[in-house]
Design a binder for this molecule. Structure first.
Ligand code: IPE
Ligand code: IPE
Ligand code: MG
Length: 234
């Protein structure tokens, strides 16, 4: 592994709706093209040698959108999950989901479980989709599960530290985020990977997600390599 190369890259794929609107098309068209970019960037990231790629696809707050848009996104998710097997096989990708996907329709839940189990022994990049994911929800959920273990006598309060707490997060077996990319011009985290991004380097793109390319990913990695990470030290 090259020095200064990000092991874990996370992307807030933002701007689908504005991109489509700017072309005089419906927001949903942006989501459709955005879903094709997901496949392209997944393949690029695996080829470039990224070990963990985590993509923000649907937040716990995205339910606030008009019902028609949410329904479109669910239908798109179903179609896209149905087409992923070959991509994962050909690129040796291990697939995971973070977030509470149990609330999605049964077919989607079954597809996610099927893909995770089929790809669990793949040795290449780990692709994690954040679905119905929120950083605050994840931390509250971890606290709840931790309390259960204290109540059952499995752990003692005095043993709780950052390393132990991490075991209760969705990302228990993943390294923290090195590079966090956001497309679409906004400069905020929007409740994504709050715990895991504590020392992430942020790279923002004004361009919308449907316009994002492999060259942009390489550009962000080059920018990351130039950053001096101090983690609070000197
Ligand atoms: C990101 O694009 C995709 C999702 C949040 C599902 P947006 O839908 O947020 O697009 P903009 O930001 O409104 O343009
Ligand atoms: C963040 O984008 C969520 C995803 C990309 C899935 P949003 O469009 O939901 O974020 P805000 O509302 O602009 O903060
Ligand atoms: Mg947005």
């Amino acid at each position: 592994m090259q020095e200064n190369f990000p092991e874990h890259v996370a992307i807030i794929m933002d701007g689908n709706g504005r991109w489509a609107t700017s072309l005089g098309k419906k927001r949903t068209y942006g989501h459709y093209i955005g879903s094709l970019i997901v496949n392209k960037i997944t393949e690029s990231a695996a080829k470039i040698g990224i070990k963990y790629l985590t993509l923000y696809a649907f937040s716990t707050e995205n339910w606030r959108r008009p019902k028609s848009e949410v329904m479109f996104l669910m239908a798109l998710l179903k179609t896209q999950l149905g087409k992923k097997e070959a991509l994962f096989r050909e690129n040796d990708i291990q697939f995971r989901v973070i977030g509470d996907f149990s609330v999605f329709d049964d077919r989607i839940v079954a597809m996610i479980n099927g893909l995770m189990s089929k790809t669990k022994n793949n040795k290449g990049m780990r692709l994690t989709l954040a679905l119905n994911y929120g950083g605050k929800h994840e931390i509250a959920r971890a606290a709840k599960r931790l309390c259960e273990d204290v109540k059952n006598g499995n752990i003692k309060i005095c043993d709780i530290d950052e390393a132990l707490f991490k075991n209760y997060l969705y990302t228990f077996d993943m390294p923290d985020v090195d590079l966090l990319i956001r497309t679409g011009g906004e400069k905020r985290v929007s409740n994504f990977l709050l715990w895991q991004s504590s020392y992430a380097e942020f790279v923002f793109f004004d361009k919308y997600w449907p316009e994002f390319t492999e060259d942009d990913l390489v550009l962000a990695i080059d920018e990351f390599k130039r950053r001096k990470r101090r983690f609070g030290g000197l």
